[in-house]
Design a protein around this ligand. Structure first.
Ligand code: O2Y
Ligand code: MN
Length: 646
C-alpha cells in the first residue's frame, strides 16, 4: 500500500514543472544535517518514513529523539532561548508557554477523516441538515490540500523524529507511533504525555506503526512576525486522518490535540477504527479504582463531555470515611476482553493535559500536588513570584504578588474584564507524579473494568444516577448522551448539546457503525459484560442551585454503583432505568441536607421532550445508519414514559 508520504512526493515532483519547488536531494546526498541520533538505528520502515518526509518537508536538520533527560534539558534550553517558554522559578522544572492567541484549542472544523467512501467516516445526515458527527474529505482532495502545504514546510527548521508508545511499552494492549514534527514544544510535551524514545524502537521490531506528520507550517525565514515567538499558521490549519494507511497529517497548529498526535488523533480517532477491526474499544473515558472499607476494590471507566470535571473525578478524594480512590487515567481508555471474558483497560497516556482554570486545592488537591514539578503550562497567567495563576486560584496565591495575564497584560486584577488565563489553558504533567496513581496504572494487562459510566451536565430532569436495564439499553444511554455547553459565540448562552459517548469530536468512523460495534460486543462467547450507568452531578433546583454537592461526595454514587455490580438489592425500576431504592445511597457524614426527592424526580413532560429530541437527533444526524436495536430502545423508552402516570 502506498503511503501518503509517497503520494505527496509523487505529486510534488509533478509540481516541479512549475519549478517553484527545488529538486530534492536523494537520501544518499542528504540535504539535511543529522544533529542528534542516528538514522541507522531506526528500523527500515521508520527510516523510510523519515527519509520520504524529509524529502518532502525539507528540514535543515534531523533529530532522532531518545527521550533522555539530557535531550529534554537541551530542548527546554533551546525553547527558552527562542522565547517560546519561560521558567516558573517557584517550582521545580516548570515552564510557561504562551501561544499565538489564534492557536489556543482543537479546531474541529479543520479536522478530517479521509476514506474512499464518505459513509465509512461519517453518517450522511438527512437532506438539508448540517452533519455534526465529524468531517470527511475525499483522498484526492486531501492529497491536493496536503500538497499545497507540506512541500518545503520545514525549511530552516529541525525535523524531530519521535518514536512513542501509547500504553506501557511492550503491553499487548499498547500501540506504537512515530511522530515527525518541527516543534520542540511538541517534543517536550510528547515526552510527558507518552512513553517516548529509544526503548520504543526496540519494542517496535518489524511491526506496523502509526505515521504522524506534524508541521507548524512556518518555514524559515518567515516574512511575517511571530506572536509570542509561537509559530503557527491558523488560516491553513488542517488535521487529517487516513485510516487506510494509519496516517495522521497535521499542519498549521502547535497546540494540544492538534499537535500532540498521540492523544485525540491516534488514541481516539484512529484508535477507534483499529478497535473496531480488532474487537476492542478506544474510548474518551477516565479510569479509576475504588476501594471500600472492607478492602474490596473495583475499577470503573467513565465518559463525560468537556467541562464536566473528568480530571477532578479521576483524582477525587472521597468524602466517604474509609474509602479510597485511585487514578488510572483521566481522558482515554483502551479496553479489551481477555481470554476469560473480563474487560480490561489501559490508559494509553503517560501524562495529564488538564484544563487549568477551575483546578484548585478545593476542586482537585491531587492535581495541584502533581503539577508542582516537571510541568509545562500553556496560556496560564503568571505571578510576580514566579508562580502560575488562573481563575479559581484567587484564595491560593500570596496577597503581595502581581499577576501577568496569558495575554501578557501586567498588573492583571480580578476586576479586569478579561480572564487572567485562557479558558482552555492547560497543564501538561507526568501521571506518575499524581499522589493517588493506582498501583496497577501501568500494568501491561490493564485493570478489570466492572462498570461503565456515562454522564453529562444536565441542569434539569436527569437523576443523580441510574442503571441501564441491560447492555443494549446501556448502549442507547451512551448514544443519547447530552450535556450543557457554552454555545458558539453567536448565541453566547448555554445549550444542551448532543455528545454521544462523549466522542462527538473524536469518532474515527461512522457513529452508526460505532453503535453497532458496541452492540455486537455482547455476542462474544464468554464475555462478562460490565453494567452500564448514567450519572448527573449537575442537576439544579428551582433557585438555580446545584442539588448535589459533588466533588468528594460523588464517591457515594460510585459506592452504590459498585454494590449494584455485586448484585445488591438496592435498586428499583423506573421508566428510564434502575434507580436507587430509598435510603440505599450511603449518606453518613454528608454535611447539610440534600433534597433527594428533587434529585431523583422524573418529570414525565421532560422525558417526553427528551425522547422527541433524541429521535430528531438520530433521524437527522445518523439517518440510515441507526442500528435497529437503538430504535427499539428508543421505542421502549417512549412506551415506558407514555405509560407513566402523572
Ligand atoms: O484543546 C485542546 O487541544 C485540548 S483538548 C483535550 C485535552 C485533554 C483532554 N481532553 C481534551 C478534550 O477536548 O476532550
Ligand atoms: Mn478529553
Amino acid at each position: 500500500m502506498a503511503s501518503l508520504g509517497l503520494k505527496i512526493l509523487r505529486s510534488c515532483r509533478l509540481l516541479q514543472n512549475g519549478s517553484k519547488i527545488p529538486l530534492y536531494c536523494t537520501a544518499q546526498s542528504r540535504a539535511f544535517n543529522m544533529i542528534y541520533g542516528d538514522l541507522n538505528k531506526l528500523t527500515p520502515d521508520v527510516r523510510h518514513y523519515v527519509e520520504e518526509n524529509a524529502k518532502l518537508c525539507q528540514p535543515e536538520n534531523i533529530h532522532v529523539c531518545d527521550g533522555s533527560e539530557k535531550e529534554n534539558e537541551m530542548l527546554l534550553y533551546l525553547l527558552q532561548r527562542d522565547g517560546l517558554i519561560k521558567r516558573l522559578r517557584k517550582y521545580e522544572n516548570c515552564w510557561l508557554a504562551r501561544t499565538d492567541p489564534s492557536d489556543v484549542a482543537r479546531v474541529e472544523s479543520k479536522t478530517f477523516m479521509s476514506t474512499y467512501y464518505q459513509r465509512d467516516s461519517i453518517p450522511i445526515p438527512k437532506t438539508g441538515v448540517q452533519g455534526q458527527l465529524g468531517n470527511w474529505i475525499a483522498p484526492d482532495d486531501l492529497d491536493s490540500e496536503l500538497n499545497m502545504r507540506f512541500p518545503g514546510c520545514m525549511r530552516g527548521r529541525t525535523m524531530f523524529v519521535i518514536p512513542f508508545s501509547m500504553g506501557p511499552v511492550g503491553s499487548p494492549l499498547s500501540k506504537i507511533g512515530v511522530q515527525l514534527t518541527d516543534s520542540a514544544y511538541v517534543v517536550v510535551s510528547m515526552r510527558v504525555m507518552t512513553r517516548m524514545g529509544a526503548q520504543v524502537l526496540d519494542a517496535l521490531g518489524d511491526s506496523d506503526f502509526v505515521k504522524c506528520l506534524h508541521s507548524v507550517g512556518v518555514p524559515l525565514p518567515t516574512s511575517k512576525g511571530l506572536v509570542n515567538n509561537w509559530p503557527c499558521n491558523p488560516k491553513r490549519t488542517i488535521i487529517a486522518h487516513i485510516p487506510e494507511t494509519n496516517e495522521i497529517c497535521s499542519y498549521g497548529s502547535g497546540y494540544g490535540g492538534n499537535s500532540l498526535l498521540g492523544k485525540k488523533c491516534f488514541s481516539l480517532r484512529l484508535g477507534s477504527i483499529m478497535a473496531k477491526h480488532e474487537g476492542w474499544l478506544a474510548e474518551h473515558m477516565l479510569i479509576l479504582g475504588i476501594e471500600n472499607p472492607k478492602g474490596e476494590k473495583k475499577y470503573v471507566a467513565a465518559a463525560f463531555p468537556s467541562a464536566c470535571g473528568k480530571t477532578n473525578l479521576a483524582m477525587m478524594n472521597p468524602s466517604l470515611p474509609g474509602y479510597k480512590i485511585t487514578c488510572v487515567g483521566d481522558d482515554i481508555a483502551w479496553m479489551r476482553f481477555d481470554e476469560h471474558g473480563q474487560l480490561r483497560a489501559i490508559n494509553p497516556e503517560a501524562g495529564f493535559f488538564g484544563v487549568a482554570p477551575g483546578t484548585s486545592a478545593k476542586t482537585n488537591p491531587n492535581a495541584m500536588e502533581t503539577i508542582k514539578k516537571n510541568t509545562i503550562f500553556t496560556n496560564v497567567a503568571e505571578t510576580s513570584d514566579g508562580g502560575f495563576f488562573w481563575e479559581g486560584l484567587e484564595e491560593e496565591i500570596p496577597k503581595f504578588v502581581s499577576i501577568k495575564s496569558w495575554l501578557g497584560v501586567s498588573d492583571w486584577s480580578p476586576e479586569s474584564k478579561k480572564n487572567s488565563a485562557h479558558p482552555n489553558s492547560r497543564f501538561c504533567t507526568p501521571a506518575s507524579q499524581c499522589p493517588i496513581m493506582d498501583d496497577h496504572w501501568e500494568d501491561p494487562a490493564g485493570v478489570p473494568i466492572s462498570a461503565i459510566i456515562f454522564g453529562g451536565r444536565r441542569p434539569e430532569g436527569v437523576p443523580l444516577v441510574y442503571e441501564s436495564f441491560d447492555w443494549n439499553h446501556g448502549v442507547f444511554v451512551g448514544a443519547s448522551m447530552r450535556s450543557e455547553a457554552t454555545a458558539a459565540a453567536e448565541h453566547k448562552g448555554k445549550v444542551i448539546m448532543h455528545d454521544p459517548f462523549a466522542m462527538r469530536p473524536f469518532f474515527g468512523y461512522n457513529f452508526g457503525h460505532y453503535m453497532k460495534h458496541w452492540l455486537c460486543l455482547k455476542k462474544r462467547p464468554n464475555a462478562t459484560m460490565p453494567k452500564i450507568f448514567h450519572v448527573n452531578w449537575f442537576r439544579k433546583n428551582d433557585q438555580g442551585k446545584f442539588i448535589w454537592p459533588g466533588f468528594g461526595e460523588n464517591a457515594r454514587v460510585l459506592d452504590w454503583i459498585c454494590r449494584r455490580v455485586d448484585g445488591e438489592d438496592i435498586a428499583e425500576k423506573s421508566m428510564i432505568g434502575y434507580v436507587p431504592k430509598p435510603n440505599s445511597l450511603l449518606m453518613e457524614g454528608l454535611e447539610g441536607s440534600v433534597d433527594m426527592q428533587a434529585l431523583f424526580d422524573l418529570p414525565k413532560e421532560f422525558w417526553e421532550r427528551e425522547v422527541k429530541d433524541i429521535r430528531k437527533y438520530l433521524e437527522e444526524q445518523v439517518n440510515e445508519d441507526v442500528p435497529d436495536e437503538i430504535w427499539e430502545e428508543l421505542e421502549k423508552l417512549h412506551t415506558r414514559v407514555e405509560s407513566e402516570k402523572l
